[in-house]
Design a protein around this ligand. Structure first.
Ligand SMILES: Nc1ncnc2c1ncn2[C@@H]1O[C@H](COP(=O)(O)OP(=O)(O)OP(=O)(O)O)[C@@H](O)[C@H]1O
Length: 645
């Protein structure tokens, strides 16, 4: 399952409301989107909370960058500070230039006198630009390393947690948010660096201004703070408005998927849903447009107020400068430098404000990532044992029970059975009776809540994980269509061994997949992913053959096949079960199927009902006892008999 799949509309939930339910309160089942988390927190937080969290977020970001690449982090930090120093230096040089230019004497002499300061000014600007290039270069090199560090940590976790973690709704939700959070980290790191650069610029201007004239610092604050406050306020307002439209946007997103993507394309046409969906889109979009217009109006007002206040404050500063100048409190050069400084400070402050906004927002997503990694530790498997599994002689299931989260009744209830080497056993029973769950327990994919399963007398927990995995192959009912070549799709069955073409071919022949593969444009090298050039898709039955080949590819002591033939045509089904029978006496097979004719040859058939083992025996024994198996078998056989009459 991919991270995004879980938010996709599923057929079991009423995703699209009836046409008359497109009001504001429709679709109550839609939860807040994972990508809105940061926005919502930002909207609810208020400005003070935003500022309070910034130092911690910046620290975290820098820590990640440091772990990912120390050299580049140091280079960026040094270049950032260097650029700040150069900015201060440049301002002081500006004042020097102006001082010389405004001094008494003939113009050529004044220009000549200003030349050394001018060259210092040009030099500092050049060094600053150079440092900017160095920072950009180092940051570009840092980004992929940070991405890799963060993403890999996420994937290391998601591929290690126990299967049962995926049963929990909250875990799936957490994981989606964490994947969004992982892509936030680089923005967070960049934002932190840029914020430092902005603050360094501001500090530089402040230092330079204080050196020129301490009073000018007050002027600087008056001129810059209203603008910065207005910018943050406007951002806050934007987020709040954004949050107000979250459900509508999600609705639009779902409609987009329904109208433009492949899974719903066929049903959209067969049921003639085009106008229905387009109408729905128009209605939702109408509401969304109104919201957007309102947002634009409010943002413009805030920005305008900010600009007016900021402009007035700047005007007041210039007025103050004029007064100070006229009264002879500051020299002309200092006043002119102050004008330059105010502009530089406003630029730096605008940059810093923007970065604060960005850091806070991305920081919320990053927190999801961080918390997910924390919570995932609870789902990690316990430390595996060190006993080598060894060739299977006997597998015992003893009083095993498993109940899924949020379920009242156990899916497998105190089941005990013994499977011996070379046996073919079948698990049969009606839908939901617990066959797949029992197979998952036997395969070690899930741990029982009670009871034990032993391999040659060793409880699973004592076995070295890899040694056990190498001896078990599982063909699941809900197999995955891996977006790789046919050969790789088969070789995945035993990925730790060499995938020689002969082995792949032999597995494909056993699973009646070879002829299908031979007809594909590139045979075994055909890419089974329609979204790539030259990629192919297969029919359900063809996919099932490839999946069975994957199971045969590992020469496993124990092969578990869960409904391996549900989509196969009769000829392919017959051949597949022949291949399964060929294992009998040599290797062990657990078969799960509703087509009871295929389990007649099994050494032992276990019948499950609501998680309990209710019958066990050979086909003849079970038919003789006239129990549930006999009932199901007779019912199925009657269908064929009446058809043949
Ligand atoms: N991941 C899960 N989370 C919660 N309940 C589950 C989960 N998987 C299965 N169940 C429930 O556990 C019970 C046993 O399911 P299981 O898939 O083992 O049955 P089955 O006999 O293999 O059914 P089928 O013949 O339909 O494949 C059912 O009631 C099912 O709804």
């Amino acid at each position: 399952m991919t991270a995004t799949d879980t938010t996709a509309p599923t057929t079991s939930r009423p995703v699209v409301p009836p046409p008359n339910a497109v009001g504001e309160s429709a679709l109550p089942e839609l939860r807040a989107m994972w990508w809105e988390t940061g926005m919502r927190a930002r909207a609810d937080a208020g400005l003070r909370a935003v500022f309070a969290e910034i130092p911690r977020l910046v620290g975290t970001a820098l820590g990640i960058a440091w772990r990912a690449d120390r050299t580049r982090t140091l280079v960026v930090a040094a270049a950032t500070v260097g650029a700040g120093v150069m900015a201060a230096f440049g301002l002081l040089a500006t004042q020097r230039v102006l001082l010389e230019l405004f001094s008494a004497g003939p113009t050529p002499d004044r220009v000549l006198a200003a030349l050394p300061a001018l060259s210092l000014l040009a030099g500092s600007a050049a060094v600053r630009a150079g440092l900017g290039i160095v920072t950009g270069y180092a940051q570009n090199g840092l980004s992929p390393r940070v991405d890799r560090e963060v993403e890999r940590r996420l994937f290391e976790t998601t591929t290690a947690v126990q299967l049962q973690a995926f049963d929990e709704d909250a875990f799936a939700d957490d994981m989606e948010r964490a994947s969004r959070g992982s892509s936030s980290v680089i923005s967070l790191v960049q934002g932190a660096m840029n914020l430092l650069a902005g603050l360094a610029g501001l500090l530089a201007v402040t230092v330079a201004v204080v050196v020129i004239h301490p009073l000018l610092l007050v002027a600087l604050l008056v001129a810059t703070v209203p603008g910065a406050w207005a910018a943050l306020k406007a951002g806050h307002q934007r987020y709040q408005t954004y949050m107000a439209g979250s459900v509508r946007r999600r609705r639009l997103w779902i409609l987009h998927r329904l109208m433009a993507e492949r899974p719903s394309a066929a049903e959209l046409r067969t049921y003639g849903l085009r106008s229905f969906l387009l109408d729905l889109y128009d209605k939702v979009m109408g509401v969304e447009t109104r919201i957007q217009l309102d947002l634009a109006r409010r943002t413009t007002t805030t920005t305008a107020i900010g600009s007016v206040v900021g402009g007035a404050a700047t005007g007041a500063v210039y007025l103050l400068l004029g007064v100070l100048l006229l009264n002879g409190h500051i020299p002309l050069a200092a006043a002119a430098t102050c004008v330059v400084a105010v502009q530089a400070a406003q630029r730096s402050l605008a940059a810093a404000t923007f970065q604060i906004d960005r850091i806070y927002d991305e920081g919320q997503h990053f927190r999801d990532y961080d918390q997910f990694l924390d919570r995932a530790t609870a789902h990690m498997p316990p430390a595996a044992g060190s006993v080598e599994a060894g060739p299977l002689a006997q597998l015992s299931v003893d009083e095993v029970t498993l109940t899924y989260p949020d379920r009242d009744t156990p899916a497998v209830d105190k089941v005990s059975l013994v499977i011996r080497q070379g046996q073919t056993v079948a698990f049969v029973g009606e839908n939901g009776s617990g066959k797949t769950t029992l197979a998952a327990l036997v395969a070690g994919l899930r741990a029982p809540a009670a009871g034990t399963i032993t391999w040659n007398g060793h409880p699973y927990a004592e076995l070295r994980e890899q040694s056990m995995q190498a001896r078990i192959a599982v063909v699941t009912q809900d197999y995955h269509r891996w977006p790789f070549s046919v050969a790789t799709n088969i070789a995945l069955g035993d990925i730790d061994t060499d995938a020689e073409p002969d082995r792949i071919h032999a597995a494909a022949v056993k699973a009646v997949a070879h002829d299908v593969i031979a007809e594909l444009p590139h045979g075994y090298e055909t890419l089974l992913d329609k979204t790539f050039a030259d990629g192919q898709d297969l029919s359900g039955g063809q996919w099932q053959r490839i999946t069975a080949a994957r199971g045969f590819f590992r020469d496993a002591d124990l092969l578990i096949m869960d409904e391996p033939s549900s989509a196969l045509d009769p000829r392919a089904e017959h051949a597949l079960f022949q291949a399964i029978r060929d294992r009998q006496g040599r290797q062990t097979t657990i078969l799960i199927t509703h087509r009871l004719a295929n389990v007649r040859h099994a050494d032992r058939i276990y019948v499950l009902d609501r998680g309990r083992l209710v019958e066990a025996g050979s086909h003849d024994e079970l038919m003789g006892s006239g129990g549930r198996y006999a009932e199901l078998f007779t019912l199925q056989a009657a269908g064929y008999q009446s058809a043949s009459v």
